[in-house]
Ligand binder design. Sequence first.
Ligand code: 5RP
Length: 218
Amino acid sequence: MNVQKEQAAQAALKYIEDNSIVGVGTGSTVNYFIDALASIRHRIEGAVASSEASAQRLKDHGIPVYDLNTVNSIPVYVDGTDEITQHMVMIKGGGGALTREKIIAAVAKQFVCIADESKLVDVLGEFPLPVEVIPMARSLVGREMVRQGGSPAYREGFTTDNGNIILDVHGLDLTMPLKMEQAINNITGVVCNGLFAMRPADVLLLGTKHGIEVMTSM
Ligand code: 5RP
């Protein structure tokens, strides 16, 4: 799987525009992308990062990291995923960076998802849905998730870069991901959830046994 992740990460370099600010996600696949990006760092202006961990890795490679508020446009955002369908709808947030990922994705013109072939699924939901929650609302949101048909699990010992907690929600029916994304966002105390249906990926670069497969929304 690591070879496939690395292949996908390398393939994403082709999408990077000269002199641009690159949106950079979070996770093990993105770590390969950051390492690859270092090889063309002289061609880009810098990056915005969806986590402190990615920001640090970018800086370690000598790539300038900007505050999103100082940036006018992001032509391309490159990030991994926990699950993705052929319609480019995703579950993200396994690494807990879902809120910042969603913010950068909302700014970016193009979302390039990089993944190994295990991430492509017919229906979302085998991977539990991460939900970022204000700490004092943990029980309230947990009860609401049960009402939605889910089984929430508190991610022990984890605090997001925004100072919040994560509930990993198992067993939800995600056959209507757009509706579910909006319904969970409407629960008081929820900061963000890991469904990317309102803002799906534009391109999927999938590392497979036979090389890179390029997919776009059907
Ligand atoms: C982090 C994410 C990651 O993109 C997702 O968890 C995939 O990670 P990896 O590339 O390590 O499999 O959403 O919040």
